[in-house]
Write a protein that binds this ligand. Structure first.
Ligand SMILES: *Cc1c(COP(=O)(O)O)cnc(C)c1O
Length: 354
């Protein structure tokens, strides 16, 4: 740290992104990217737009927001787009959280929530997941601040039914609920239909996972026009041109390929079940996942040990240091052949330490 770094941030522990090593070619099962490329016209749209990059992008991202609104049955005023859903999450924490409106989220969830909370100096409380790693939403009822739930949750992959979300919303008469649906397209149930009836609901989604566009950085928030206006106040106070024109056009084009992406998600679900079966045969406990990853543990090998041994063999997965999940690994679902290799190499690891 330089001697100039503001004392306001000196104690920050930044988010640690999954590693993207360049030393060799890995089978990358560590950052929940899609193994399938976007349709060719998506990349072409980005290329075409780059010819115009002399000009600023549309700060309203009007065409993209119109396309999203049409896709989700909303009005354009109910949609905001951002530089990844991480940005939308940061905007919403800034907009709705403060000393008297603390954040409430599970102890085991997306690692960025506590980072954004600290960055913006918003107090937060973590509620432990249940014994079976599910979220009991009754423990969030009546909160007078911001409840943040990832559904499906990460890194567990476990999903909540929408009626449970609605029951919680009814109790938040002075609070707001942010549902982070980064993985919803892989088998979760979306809360978007509740937006019309609940002005205290913000749903956040991303193009990074199910739409194969992690590197384009595009996320979006959906909620009442009033909530979206608040978020735009933050957008225009930090980074008005937050979505560049290449990404905006690529995103708009991607929305025209719903069938293609549905087919990709179906393949990933099928590969997920194949992988889960394989892991169970090797003696792993596998949590029921509705996402594009599995969360699994074995009493035959520690999470960190499996991570390290697989890395040696050219496969990257995630492990965690939070004590309660230290024995787990999170494994992104890749191509079927990659998952077969993963299972074979995992079996090798178990043999090696016998
Ligand atoms: C990947 C992820 C995001 C953020 O993705 P962006 O790439 O910033 O859109 C948000 N929430 C969860 C739970 C995620 O796993």
């Amino acid at each position: 740290m330089s001697r100039f770094f503001s004392s306001r941030y000196a104690a920050l522990t930044p988010y640690v992104p999954g590693e993207q090593p360049r030393d060799r070619k890995y089978i990358k099962l560590n950052t929940n990217e899609s193994p399938y490329a976007p349709p060719r016209p998506v990349a072409d749209a980005a290329g075409d737009a780059s010819a115009e990059c002399r000009l600023y992008s549309d700060p309203e991202s009007t065409e993209l927001r119109e396309a999203l609104a049409a896709r989700y049955g909303l009005s354009t005023e109910q949609v905001i787009v951002g530089n990844g859903s991480d940005e939308i999450l940061n905007f919403s924490f800034m907009a709705f959280g403060d000393e008297t409106h603390p954040l409430l989220f599970p102890d085991i969830t997306y690692g960025f929530y506590p980072v954004f909370a600290k960055l913006n100096r918003i107090p937060y409380r973590e509620i432990p997941l249940e014994e079976d790693f599910t979220i009991d939403l009754r423990r969030y009822e009546g909160h007078e601040g911001v409840v943040v739930i990832a559904n499906p949750n990460a890194p567990t992959g476990i999903s909540l039914p929408v009626p449970a979300i609605e029951a919680l919303l009814k109790t938040l008469t002075k609070g707001i609920l942010i549902v982070d649906e980064a993985y919803v397209d892989f088998g979760g149930e979306s809360a978007v239909p509740l937006i019309e009836s609940y002005d205290n609901l913000l749903v956040v989604q991303t193009f990074s996972k199910s739409r194969s566009m992690a590197g384009a950085r595009l996320g979006f928030g959906m909620g009442s026009p009033e909530l979206i206006r608040d978020l735009k106040t933050i957008q225009y106070s930090t980074n008005p041109y937050n979505v560049n024109r290449m990404t905006a056009d690529a995103g708009k084009t991607a929305l025209a390929y719903g069938d293609y992406y549905d087919a990709c998600c179906a393949k990933i679900r099928k590969t997920r079940e194949m992988t889960a079966e394989g892991l169970k045969k090797l003696g792993f406990r596998v949590l029921p996942s509705c996402a594009n990853f599995l969360f699994a543990e074995s009493d035959r090998i520690a999470g960190e040990e499996l991570y390290l041994r697989l890395k040696e063999k050219g496969i990257l997965i995630r492990h965690f240091t939070i004590p309660r999940i230290a024995n787990f690994n999170r494994i992104t679902i890749g191509l079927p052949d990659d998952m077969k290799t993963f299972l074979a190499k995992t079996e090798e690891c178990l043999e090696e330490i016998k």
